[in-house]
Write a protein that binds this ligand. Structure first.
Ligand code: ADP
Ligand code: X2W
Length: 250
């Protein structure tokens, strides 16, 4: 059975096109089972601003205080997850939304509490639960909120969550759908790139900001099962032949 993890960036959630839903439907027709993981960084920021809760970004991660954690969970799990799941269902694809904390889907521990607050590093994924969903033909739509297993909850970067789920589910595909047509260098999309080249591109400042967690998640999930990771514009048709975007290999 073939599994595809599709990470839907917060940058594109407000203007998903028929192409995005068509990609999911096409995968299902081909017997590929999609799992959707979403972000929502911009929606979180809007709500933090409205509520006057301030956060800074350190190493591309939102430092998350207890107040900020309440807002992150409310926005990702309460608003974005419901809205995205509803849209997928409206496109005649049976999808069910989950917080990553439900059924302990995503388990985490703090990366470094002093430095980042309630930001989590994924320690385990409830693969059995996800497998059951996939077996019943449902597309799981997952918000990157994790549980510590002791009443604590964590804010996990959505790219990191997607990478961990792809790795633990032995997915065949991991696709980051975002607001740029792939990794760019001098205004050109790079069609193929290796991990070593990526390290240089980070060091040279060619890859920065929100692209960093994507390439790091790609590096952590590439292996025997997953031979490449795709980064594509959300409006792009996804197919191995004629794919326009960036393909990352080991
Ligand atoms: N080399 C690069 N090529 C393309 N985008 C890059 C690159 N380096 C940094 N970026 C930034 O990464 C952003 C995508 O990440 P992000 O804003 O976190 O989106 P998402 O919400 O989809 O995860 C792009 O909009 C761009 O500003
Ligand atoms: C720890 C951390 O940074 N978490 C992210 C979670 C959402 C996310 O990753 O959304 P995008 O995919 O839209 O960037 C945040 O709080 O913004």
């Amino acid at each position: 059975m073939s599994i595809a993890v599709i990470k839907c960036g917060g940058s594109i959630l407000d203007n998903l096109t028929d192409q995005f839903f068509g990609n999911i439907a096409k995968m299902q027709e081909k017997g590929i089972r999609p799992i959707v993981v979403h972000g929502g960084g911009s929606a979180i920021q809007d709500m933090l601003d409205k509520l006057n809760v301030t956060c800074s970004f350190v190493d591309g991660l939102r430092t998350t205080s207890a107040d900020a954690m309440n807002v992150v969970e409310m926005v990702l799990s309460g608003y974005v997850n419901n809205a995205l799941t509803r849209q997928i269902n409206d496109n005649n694809i049976q999808a069910a939304g989950f917080s990553g904390s439900d059924a302990q889907l995503i388990q985490a521990e703090p990366i470094n509490f002093e430095r980042y607050g309630y930001v989590g590093d994924v320690t385990a994924v409830n693969t059995l639960f996800l497998q059951r969903m996939l077996d019943s033909g449902v597309v799981p739509v997952i918000a990157p909120i994790a549980t510590g297993g002791d009443g604590s909850r964590y804010n996990v970067n959505a790219d990191t969550a997607a990478g961990a789920i792809a790795r633990d589910m032995n997915a065949d595909r991991l696709i980051f759908m975002t607001d740029v047509p792939g990794i760019m260098q001098e205004e050109e999309v790079i069609s193929n790139v290796s991990q070593t080249e990526i390290d240089h591109m980070i060091a040279d400042g060619v890859i920065f900001g929100g692209m960093i967690p994507k390439v790091k998640a790609a590096a952590g999930s590439l292996g025997e099962g997953l031979s490449n990771v795709m980064i594509a514009d959300a409006h792009q048709r996804i197919s191995m032949s004629g794919f326009t975007g960036t393909i990352i290999t080991k």
